[in-house]
Write a new protein. Sequence first.
Length: 463
Amino acid sequence: MMFTLAIVGRPNVGKSTLFNRLVGKRLALVDDQPGVTRDLREGQARLGDLRFIVIDSAGLEMADDESLQGRMRRLTERAVDEADICLFVLDGRVGVTAADEYFAELLRKRAKHIILAVNKAEGRAGEAGAMEAFSLGLGEPLRLSAEHGEGMDDLYRTLLPLADVLAAERPDTAPATDVDLPEDFEEDDTEAEDWRPSADRPLQIAVIGRPNAGKSTLINKIIGEDRLLTGPEAGITRDAISVGADFMGTPIRIFDTAGMRKKARVTDKVEKLSVADGLRAVRFAEVVVVLLDVAIPFEQQDLRIADYAESEGRAVVVAANKWDLEEDKPHKLNELREAFERLLPQLKGAPLVTVSAQTGKGLDRLHAAILKAHEVWNRRISTAKLNQWLSAMTEAHPPPAPGGRRIRLRYMTQVKTRPPAFVVMATHTDQIPESYGRYLVNGLRADFDMPGTPIRLIFRDQG
Ligand code: GDP
Ligand code: GDP
């Protein structure tokens, strides 16, 4: 599971320095556009094997009509509300100031989890400050040096259990994948159908893609334009991340980055750079719609985010937008299919539909593809069927016999859904080539008709 960490504190304590250290250069939203007051920055952070979204509330500048304090408070409140965890930073060389006390109070009221940190504590420089920080009543402070990279291991050790707590608190969000396969492979026979979209459990959709691909237009079309225009009273607040709607009879919640951004008067330039928004959208969604502009399909940014959606285990539908502008449709469709297979082999089998967000043409196809992908993502295959299938597969194409020792695939079962994950009990699992795993995954996809979902397959050694 990915969580969001906000770095908060008064100006000059080292928030940006810490942000840059956690995010690196890759995804930092760097805004060098003159005239735009810098807003919250977001990026994807890495710390050891932890991945999370980090928000930096730094970069305060005097606004024309507002005091620095007012603006600082507003920005900090927004960061705190968006975050699962707040990292409250003090300057260890200065000690606790009145402004720090003010922030401590605000955080105590609003923040879900608080980590206290004393920065600029390289060497022994922060010791006095760290002692003082106890007086805030927020526990023992971490000692960091953002500039020198000290204390990052302590930060990691503090975040790790919190990340687990957060994951446990949110059983209803789409799970991150690749982790925590149950140790016992007892099959869950319950015919659980409650994954089906309902008013209580709307299907969670995100539309992602490069700027100008038509995301806002598509989202407006899906949720009904008047609803978006009616604004906050209709349940759309500026800070909301999703909008509920009825999409051709299916209750959905759709992640609406683009619309919110536009409402918030943020310039296109800033939006363009906000890769973190795309990441957050993926994290929210059960089904991710990768929206392409047919005129410029499969750009770097599209590929990166589609790959991210797959690695996070989300169901994926690719939609080529502005199809109304295309002259030679059959030719273009072939071209798109070819490019798709070449550039996104990890999404093999994901549906590719053509739409016009503007005219609404193709929305029925998109709706059908989303429902299908969601169904497949939740699909459970019985152990009996799987093992029948497995013996047919191994018969047709036996696993290799390295050094004359036969690899035996004994038994197979599905251990989880969302996305479907399978365990194959086998001998000499370390000798099974990757290509054999791909053969099985592609076979599962074709034989059980499972387009649009990542499929996880794990070999477990059984002597
Ligand atoms: P922000 O306003 O909270 O974002 O603070 P900045 O990240 O812009 O840092 C303010 C100043 O403190 C800059 O001059 C940084 O170089 C300096 N600084 C940041 N972290 C450290 C640190 O760990 N040690 C020392 N000595 N200086 C630091
Ligand atoms: P976003 O940045 O991805 O949210 O893109 P917008 O929804 O703002 O759309 C960018 C531009 O493409 C706007 O001028 C839209 O009117 C236009 N556009 C969006 N969808 C279509 C479509 O299906 N056909 C055509 N011809 N133009 C479209």
